[in-house]
Design a protein around this ligand. Structure first.
Ligand SMILES: Nc1ncnc2c1ncn2[C@@H]1O[C@H](COP(=O)(O)OP(=O)(O)O)[C@@H](O)[C@H]1O
Ligand SMILES: [Mg+2]
Length: 269
């Protein structure tokens, strides 16, 4: 009998639906570009999903619509049972560029969302938490450093802290690690996984990297351009927690190959 405790949960029951998109389409009025056509997706609580596809296939448009930053032309976006009608507090967003304010220290940048939301006094109180977060991402000792003294990877880690300080239940990530070297990216991926599990956050990641999508995700939405649409949803049934070693397994390789073939079919990446 195998009495060893297992930390692997395969086929864990799905959490409640967090996001529900039905027939979401977007045509930009200015140039009549059909950026999205009839996108349907459901994200469950605590799940990690990615969207992958060639440049210009509508990934950022999709994320902006989900965040309530731009409206869809058609279709429905429901978040925690409510239609999304504008920017929401329960969402944390992160972009490709670290966008830290150069005149603020790392810790001041991190408490900024609290300052904007709840005022200066609340931001002061959040300093301890900001210090703890910096410790988690390996930036202990850099609390009072200005962004120009941080490397690209360090700045990106600081912006992760800034995203997490408000403890958002939903993380929308638009190619957050694409400017990092491969090693830092692998580290950040594992860090992101750990944080998501700890906070039971629901994450949606836009990425260009098939490996990154596979190592992090439960589901991968493969998009095709002109018009931007979801061509296929890939279920990644690797056990959790994921480890970097899994990237060398045949199963990982097979999923990567499958996605590469889907993306290669007559499309440039
Ligand atoms: N604000 C905008 N106005 C007009 N067209 C846009 C705008 N934003 C994006 N587009 C167009 O919509 C399509 C999808 O863009 P985007 O969502 O940024 O794709 P991706 O993030 O996958 O690279 C592209 O053809 C792009 O040129
Ligand atoms: Mg984009």
């Amino acid at each position: 009998m195998n009495t060893e405790p297992s930390s692997e949960i395969i086929g864990a029951p799905l959490g409640a639906p967090v996001y529900e998109l039905a027939n979401v389409s977007k045509t930009y009025a200015r140039n009549r570009v059909v950026a999205l056509q009839d996108v349907n997706l459901t994200l469950h609580k605590g799940s990690f999903s990615s969207v992958i596809g060639s440049s210009g296939c509508g990934k950022s448009t999709l994320l902006k619509i989900m965040a309530g930053l731009i409206p869809p032309t058609k279709g429905r976006v429901i978040l925690q049972g409510q239609p999304v009608k504008g920017a929401r507090r329960d969402i944390g967003m992160m972009f490709q560029q670290a966008t830290l304010f150069p005149w603020k220290t790392a810790v001041e940048n991190i408490v900024l969302p609290i300052e904007i939301r709840d005022g200066k006094a609340a931001a002061m109180k959040a300093f301890d938490k900001a210090h703890d977060l910096l410790d988690v991402v390996g930036l202990k000792g850099f609390e009072n450093v200005y962004p120009n003294e941080l490397s690209g990877g360090m700045a990106q880690r600081a912006s992760i802290c800034r995203m997490l300080i408000t403890e958002p239940a939903i993380l929308l990530l638009d190619e957050p690690f694409s400017a990092l070297d491969e090693l830092s990216r692998d580290m950040m991926n594992m860090e992101l996984q750990r944080i998501c599990r700890e906070q039971d956050a629901t994450a949606f990641l836009v990425t260009h990297s098939i490996q990154e999508a596979v190592i992090l995700s439960d589901d991968i939405y493969v998009m095709k351009p002109r018009p931007g649409r979801v061509a296929e949803i890939i279920d990644v049934d690797l056990p959790r927690p994921r480890t970097l070693n899994m990237m060398t397994t045949p199963k990982f390789g097979a999923i990567v190959d499958r996605i590469r073939r889907l993306l290669d079919k007559g499309e440039d990446m």
